[in-house]
Structures are given as structure tokens and as C-alpha cells.
Design a protein around this ligand. Structure first.
Ligand code: SAM
Ligand code: SF4
Length: 337
């Protein structure tokens, strides 16, 4: 007779009983933009040998899916600037058991790739857009061209991607006056938007985060005055809380790490481009998956055992504060936003 505890575990459950079904993976730390809240103007990127190969990233994705993960998001850096990345999209899109295959992108390459991404099985795309004003967009991204991004968004809509959502980081005194314009932009296209509070990830020199902090509650009030909001039943098991407008299909989300702690229902972990498994965005706990793969000749069963064990160390919650202190030295582009 088989002893139950000796059977391989097929699900990832942490010490607080949370089932891990969602993995975000960074496929590159590089980017064609330099958004002021995300990167410094001059960045040093990782040497190639510290970056996982596309095959290693695929192996980790496969291991997670075999352990019950049904949602994977590829992010970065800018995922679509990595060479040959579409082969990774094709490979992950074929994993049996994956229900949601998502991408977070700045939109710069979407016009070129939207159709192929749809064909790979990508069903959700988040596109970052903080301003519709060409000059302010350029100032916030330091490099970006707003027209190219809008063409990318429209290409994703035309390709028939099921769910498209904009991500807008709102900074006091920079783009807080554009909240309603951004809402009208998504209403016109019947796509969604999430407003994000800036998080203290990475040391930046462009501004003092404490001074630019703009609360989701203030964004909410501005929208509510024009479009009354009602709570949506949509729950992604993550930090976003969604709201509906009576006269539009577009949903409005708020990601508020400061003003609302979102850790209780956390169903996710992250993998950095160096292959570190991060059990919580706001904490430093990590497991070196790249080393495990390289030490064991890519044995997926060994990798899966390490993933199961690692869940025991997932912390209860993050510890961000509004005073702008940096608790986490990694940039968002390293951890995969
Ligand atoms: N390059 C892609 C993009 O911009 O969508 C994917 C990576 S980016 C790091 C993912 C998301 O993180 C973006 O929506 C970006 O606005 C957000 N982000 C970056 N740094 C942030 C910070 N310090 N606080 C809050 N959001 C941040
Ligand atoms: Fe690049 Fe995205 Fe970071 Fe902007 S937010 S610098 S687009 S990784």
C-alpha cells in the first residue's frame, strides 16, 4: 500500500493555506524605455550568463503548470525586446493546463507582434500607459513615443486579444490631471484600466517618491464624480480591486499597495530573469532556480520538489510604507512588475 505523504505533491500550497496558481516571470531586465518611477536614466543590465536562457524559462513554466499553476504572465523589463522571445510564447502557450496566458508590455512592439501573440495563445495583455500627452509621455518614459504605443494598443484590440488592460502609475503633480482622459481612452476602446500607486522598488534619482505619492482613493474620487462606480465581482486573486461604470463595458481597477494591504488572498509568486523565485514582491525571500536547473541537468522532477519546498517560506505579507523609504532594492524591471 502506498503511503500518502510519500506521494509527490501536485499542488503548491503555502504555510497559510494559500494555493499558488499564478506565476509572473521576467524574461529580460532590459527595456527600450526608462520610465522615471521604474529605472534610472543610466542602467547597468545583467551580463548574459546571469540571465536565464529561453529554455530554462520554459522549463520553470512547465514545472509550475505541472504543479497546478494555471496562469502565467510574462513581463520584464520589456519582454518583447528579448531576441527570439516569440518562441518562448509559442512553447508556454502549448502547456496543457494553462488557462490564462498573459503579457505585460509597454506596447512599443505590439503593432509588430500582436497577431503572433494571439496565435501563441496569449489571452490577456496589460499595457502601460501613464499619459496621453506626447510631451508628458516622453518625459515620463524618457524615450517612448506615444503614437507607437497607441498603435500597439489598437493592434492588440484588432488581433482579438480577450482582455486588454492599461496600467497607469499616477504621480502627484505629474500626471494626476490625466486620470479622466485615460478613463475616456479605455471607454472608447472597451478595454480596462488599472491605476497603480507607485511602489518603493529600486533606488531612483528622478524624484522623491514621498512627494509624488498619489493615493488610489483620490483617483477613485476623481472618476466617481464623472462616472459613478459600482463594485465588480471580478477577482483576480491579486492586488487589483475592480469597479464598473453603468454605461460602459470597461472596468476600472486600483492597485494600492500603500493604502490597502492586498496580501491575504495572494495566489502568486514571481521568477526573476536571473531565475530567482521570489515568494513575495515586498520581501527578500528567494530561491535560486537557475542554479538548481544547472546543477541537475534540467531535471524537472528535482525542480518541482524545490518549488514545493519553497512554498513553506512564502511570507504572510509585504512591508511597504508611504514615506518613500526603499525596503526592496530590486527594481521592478528585475522582479517582473
Ligand atoms: N515593460 C513592461 C511595462 O512597462 O508594462 C513590463 C514591465 S513593468 C516593470 C510592469 C509594470 O510595473 C508597469 O505597468 C509599470 O508601470 C509598473 N511599475 C514599474 N515600476 C513601478 C513602481 N516603482 N511602482 C509601481 N509600478 C511600477
Ligand atoms: Fe521599461 Fe516597463 Fe520599466 Fe517602463 S515600466 S522602464 S517600460 S520595464
Amino acid at each position: 500500500m502506498k503511503v500518502l505523504s510519500a506521494m509527490p505533491q501536485t499542488q503548491l500550497i503555502d504555510q497559510f493555506g494559500r494555493k499558488i496558481t499564478y506565476v509572473r516571470m521576467s524574461v529580460t531586465d532590459r527595456c527600450d524605455f526608462r520610465c522615471v518611477y521604474c529605472m534610472d536614466e543610466k542602467m547597468t543590465f545583467l551580463p548574459r550568463d546571469q540571465v536565464m536562457s529561453l529554455e530554462e524559462i520554459h522549463l520553470i513554466a512547465r514545472a509550475f503548470v505541472e504543479l497546478g499553476v494555471n496562469k502565467i504572465r510574462l513581463t520584464g523589463g520589456e519582454p518583447l525586446v528579448r531576441r527570439d522571445v516569440l518562441s518562448l510564447f509559442d512553447g508556454i502557450g502549448k502547456l496543457a493546463g494553462l488557462k490564462d496566458f498573459c503579457l505585460t508590455t509597454n506596447g512599443s512592439q505590439l503593432k509588430k507582434y500582436a497577431q503572433q501573440l494571439k496565435a501563441s495563445g496569449v489571452n490577456r495583455i496589460n499595457i502601460s500607459l501613464d499619459s496621453l500627452n506626447p510631451l508628458l509621455f516622453k518625459a515620463l518614459t524618457r524615450i517612448g513615443n506615444i503614437e507607437q504605443v497607441i498603435e500597439g494598443i489598437d493592434a492588440a484590440v484588432d488581433a482579438g486579444i480577450e482582455r486588454i488592460k492599461l496600467n497607469a502609475v499616477i504621480l502627484k503633480g505629474r500626471n494626476d490631471h490625466e486620470v479622466l482622459d485615460l478613463v475616456d481612452f479605455v471607454r472608447d476602446r472597451e478595454i480596462d484600466i488599472s491605476f497603480i500607486e507607485e511602489m518603493p522598488l529600486g533606488v531612483i534619482s528622478s524624484h522623491n517618491r514621498a512627494e509624488t505619492y498619489y493615493s488610489s482613493d483620490d483617483v477613485f474620487s476623481a472618476i466617481e464624480q464623472r462616472y459613478p462606480l459600482s463594485r465588480s465581482s471580478l477577482n483576480t486573486g491579486g492586488p487589483s480591486q475592480y469597479w464598473n461604470m453603468a454605461d460602459s463595458k470597461s472596468k476600472i481597477g486600483f492597485i494600492s499597495p500603500h493604502s490597502h494591504n492586498f496580501c491575504g488572498d495572494c495566489n502568486r509568486v514571481r521568477v526573476t530573469v536571473e531565475g530567482e523565485l521570489l515568494l513575495c514582491l515586498g520581501n527578500e525571500h528567494a530561491v535560486d532556480l537557475k542554479q538548481i536547473i544547472r546543477d541537475n541537468q534540467g531535471d524537472i522532477e528535482v525542480l518541482k520538489r524545490h518549488l514545493v519546498m519553497a512554498m513553506g517560506n512564502k511570507p504572510k505579507e509585504h512591508h511597504f510604507t508611504v514615506d518613500g523609504d526603499v525596503q526592496v532594492v530590486r527594481f521592478m524591471s528585475m522582479t517582473g512588475g
